[in-house]
Design a protein around this ligand. Structure first.
Ligand code: SF4
Length: 463
């Protein structure tokens, strides 16, 4: 659908993401024949907004204020479309949890839900979910410490939908020992600096890629500096076919407390269609292996919106995971991101939302509660990513990294450090390419250590 959108800056930029929510919208500033014509003029502190299309025309005048403008545009587009543009209203381009946390702190849960519906135009269903996630997760946040992220950017092969830092392990195999030495050194330096400055490490998270794609001895070498950290320690075994008893022995020895074995969707036809290159049987076998280890908490990620999924079958997968003792279940919406081999959405938005509804309902019945939630750009069917857990099994790292209330120090190629201080966040990216990483990591480590020293020198550190 061709959309002509004429608006002076900054209003054009502020509103364009709402127009992108229209199915199949192609947005241009100039087009002779368009299906929808959106015009905004600014006159003396007011915005004159007109929307015409589908045999209807609407006009409105609002104050030249960002929130007023977005609400007005959202309502006009919803009215022309005949249904709400998105269940997330105008809560886009901001972290939903941060807005909800402020509202809960100021007004309490019930009023926060009401304001999310009234002021941000969320559907009551999404407002309830968001407030529940924040009310469950945020109270666990601590002050003054840091979390550490270790990136292992290798996988046995690349899934079609992947947009992560993932490199084919085989291609890097001969350089792996040198790379692991460098990444382990970086991790050692970061942890030693925390200990020198008396900064608590609240959590360590090892993600990727697939950390268990590394041979067990190299994984042990990489993570040796973090052994027995006395805090939450999570390792992803994203591709279940990589997990072996030897990996689990290494992880147990290191004191890992959580492991993530990801199903995405344990159905062979679906796995094949998304290029996962492992079977459903391999997932269930890896899960059984992880359960026999002494690692207490198991997470499993599922993606909503993959080919062949049905609400009842999806709810059945959740029941199976629950029955096998998976304490955390993270539901991701398929992200149609740049860099993925496919930007295709596999099914209609209504079908995806029906699966999400069935999944949330089954999780609730089984005693799981939501405790962190985030949204990405270009998320399929305007959904959310949300993690459910049994009480007592929440992942601190995930809550803290989404809330952005404490620094996250990153080690390894592709790791992003988030340097949080006094309400500001600076990011420092390690190069994704392992060779470039090895060349530049010494300088990057120096910058992180300087930042830590500087932060500690400031009085009253609470980030
Ligand atoms: S396992 Fe995850 S990180 Fe690796 S290729 Fe697949 S989606 Fe990407």
């Amino acid at each position: 659908m061709l959309v002509r959108y004429r608006a002076p800056e900054p209003w054009r930029e502020r509103g364009v993401h709402l127009l992108r929510l229209l199915p199949g919208a192609e947005i241009r500033a100039d087009a002779d024949a368009c299906a929808l014509d959106v015009t905004v003029e600014e006159r003396g502190g007011e915005l004159h907004v007109s929307v015409a299309g589908r045999g209807r025309a609407e006009r409105a005048v609002v104050a030249a204020d960002k929130k007023e403008y977005l609400r007005c545009l959202f309502q006009m587009l919803s009215s022309i479309q005949g249904e709400p543009l998105s269940p997330w209203g105008v809560l886009t381009g901001v972290r939903p949890g941060k807005v909800a946390a402020m509202l809960i702190a100021a007004h309490g849960r019930r009023e926060a839900e009401a304001r999310l519906c009234r002021e941000w135009l969320l559907s009551p269903e999404k407002a309830r979910l968001l407030v529940a996630a924040v009310a469950n997760g945020y109270p666990l946040l601590r002050t003054g410490g840091v979390s550490v992220y270790v990136s292992v950017p290798f996988c046995p092969s690349r899934c079609h939908y992947c947009s992560f830092a993932s490199l084919p392990l085989e291609r890097w195999r001969s350089n792996l020992p040198a790379y692991i030495r460098q990444a382990a050194w970086e991790l050692q330096e970061l942890l030693a600096a925390c200990s020198r400055h008396g900064i608590a490490v609240n959590s360590i998270y090892v993600g990727g890629g697939t950390p268990t794609a590394l041979p067990p001895d190299l994984l042990a070498q990489l993570l040796a500096p973090a052994a027995r950290p006395g805090c939450e320690f999570t390792v992803e075994a994203g591709r279940p076919d990589t997990l072996t008893p030897e990996h689990l022995e290494v992880l147990e020895r290191l004191g890992v407390t959580r492991i993530s074995v990801n199903a995405q969707y344990p159905r062979d036809e679906t796995l094949q269609a998304i290029g996962r290159q492992h079977s459903a049987g391999e997932f269930w076998a890896a899960l059984a292996l992880a359960q026999r280890s002494h690692i207490n908490i198991i997470n499993s990620d599922l993606i909503i919106g993959l080919p062949g999924q049905q609400p009842q079958e999806f709810a059945g997968v959740i029941a199976d995971l629950a029955q096998r003792g998976v304490a955390n279940i993270t539901l991701h919406a398929l992200a149609l991101k740049r860099g993925a081999a496919t930007r295709r959405q596999y099914m209609a938005a209504a079908a995806v939302q029906a699966i999400a509804r069935a999944a949330y309902a089954r999780l609730e019945e089984l005693g799981y509660v939501p405790y962190y939630l985030y949204r990405q750009k270009n998320i399929a069917s305007n959904l959310e990513n949300v993690c459910f857990s049994r009480p007592g099994a929440f992942c601190y790292y995930n809550i803290a990294s989404i809330a952005e209330t404490e620094p996250v120090l990153g080690a390894g190629a592709g790791a992003i450090s988030k340097l949080v201080r006094a309400g500001t966040i600076a990011t420092l990216n390690n190069p994704r390419d392992p060779n470039q990483y090895m060349e530049r990591s010494a300088a990057l480590v120096r910058r992180k250590l300087e930042w830590l020293r500087d932060a500690v020198d400031k009085p009253g550190r609470a980030w």
